[in-house]
Design a protein around this ligand. Structure first.
Ligand SMILES: [Zn+2]
Length: 429
């Protein structure tokens, strides 16, 4: 065969090869020019950040593929979410979501890992910081197919239900204590309250938008209807309560004139008490006692009950006894009834060795006539701690502990606190 004839046979395949190389080059170039198709994912109306993507374009009818990788900036994005069930959407229409992964921010628990249909039924249970990752796929046959990756941090603040105001009880006895709870208040709104019953001061419970106030029903409050008015965010609600009579005993008491003269009848003793203890009536801190029943600080015979009408040394005008007197031997330990802060510990002519203990929200325990004190003003004490010992200092006729519970200037019965039956223990906080 002549060389020229051989060359003639080679022309068609060479030509085809040339065409194929040309087509490949052209297809390769145009795939690169077109780049990755645009795919976007939105949560509600906010676009997630695209953080990855690859696109494979078939060349020469699928004999070869060109793989393109997206180049994405390492940005971070936080999307505020205020609905429990935010909806995810992908565009264009022929793209689909293949996987949704939701975790707690900072590598926390996985809350959802699945497909987009399942995610549409997911709802956030609580406010917080979350991390959302989404994968999407797009298949355009001969034009290519690929996968795309998106993410965003989510700051979830769920809509709060309407504010609500509730009482722990509305049928009360003289001497009771009630909790008023305000819930679901908008951020920054602190409720205020007022009542003929006395002190209404709200403390935050620690839960968002939630406050509680303890309101006293003093022993001398007439049996009648009362209201507690709560104002929050420009709105005032009126909460009615009914106070019924409590049965209080009548007692005769004798105390030596000498003791009386040094204490209740002494102007100096009264003045000292007035400038030391009385200013504490209206103080409060926000560290609410959240435990259950109070511990009775001393066990013993109740020599003078709460609320008693007491005629001293034959007087015709009774005085009221706002606490309980627990008779016990000199030196009996006095235990802390509930966690709190010692607002005052010291000796006063009228009340002897005295402790005033704040349990939060203005709820206070007062201890009088003690023999010795184991705590100092400013101490933090826990339920069961020894505060000192039973004595007979100040206006006292014999060894006993005078214990009383006050909110503001009103004295309430300690018994529902001791036996846990007080409705305040069932209230929020
Ligand atoms: Zn007493």
């Amino acid at each position: 065969m002549k060389r020229s004839k051989l060359a003639l046979y080679l022309i068609p395949p060479l030509f085809l090869a040339l065409v194929a190389v040309g087509a490949l080059f052209w297809q390769w170039q145009s795939a690169g020019r077109r780049g990755l198709p645009e795919v976007s994912v939105t949560l509600e109306d906010s676009a997630l950040l695209q953080h990855g993507g690859s696109w494979e374009v078939p060349l020469l009818g699928g004999l070869l593929t060109r793989r393109l990788e997206g180049d994405y900036p390492a940005l971070g994005l936080t999307i505020p979410v205020d609905g429990a069930q935010p909806s995810l959407a992908v565009s264009p229409k022929d793209a689909s979501l293949t996987r949704v992964l939701l975790t707690e921010q900072g590598g926390g628990a996985v809350l959802y890992d699945g497909d987009a249909a399942g995610f549409s039924a997911f709802s956030f249970a609580e406010d917080g910081d979350y991390y959302l990752e989404v994968w999407a796929a797009l298949d355009r046959g001969g034009q290519g197919a690929g996968e795309f990756y998106f993410d965003a941090a989510l700051e979830v603040a769920l809509p709060r239900p309407d504010p609500s105001f509730t009482l722990s009880a509305s049928d009360l006895l003289q001497g009771d204590l009630i909790a008023v709870t305000a819930e679901n208040l908008p951020d920054g709104v602190v409720p205020t309250g007022q009542s003929e019953l006395g002190y209404v001061r709200f403390s935050p419970t620690g839960e968002a938008g939630c406050y509680v106030a303890l309101v006293p029903v003093g022993y001398a409050r007439a049996a009648a209807q009362y209201t507690i008015e709560v104002t929050a965010g420009g709105e005032t609600v009126s909460l009615p309560v009914t106070v019924s009579e409590n049965a209080f005993e009548v007692q005769q008491m004798t105390i030596s004139e000498e003791v009386a003269d040094q204490t209740v009848n002494s102007q100096a003793a009264n003045w000292e008490f007035h400038i030391t203890v009385v200013p504490l009536y209206d103080t409060a801190n926000d560290e609410l006692y959240t435990g259950s029943a109070f511990l009775q600080p001393v066990e013993g015979r109740i020599s003078t009950p709460y609320g008693v009408l007491r005629y001293v040394n034959g007087s015709t005008v009774p005085e009221r006894h706002g606490g309980i007197d627990i008779a016990a031997a000199l030196g009996t330990p006095v235990l802390c009834p509930a966690d709190g802060v010692v607002e005052y510990a010291g000796y006063l002519q009228l009340s002897g060795n005295t402790i005033v203990l704040e349990h939060g929200g203005g709820l206070k325990s007062y201890f009088y006539h003690m023999d010795s004190l184991d705590v100092s003003t400013g101490d933090r004490v826990a339920q069961g701690d020894k505060l000192g010992e039973v004595g007979t200092t100040g206006y006292s006729a014999g060894p006993h502990l005078h214990y009383e519970v006050k909110i503001g200037r009103e004295r309430v019965s300690p018994w529902p606190l001791f036996d846990g039956s007080s409705s305040i223990f069932a209230a929020a906080g």
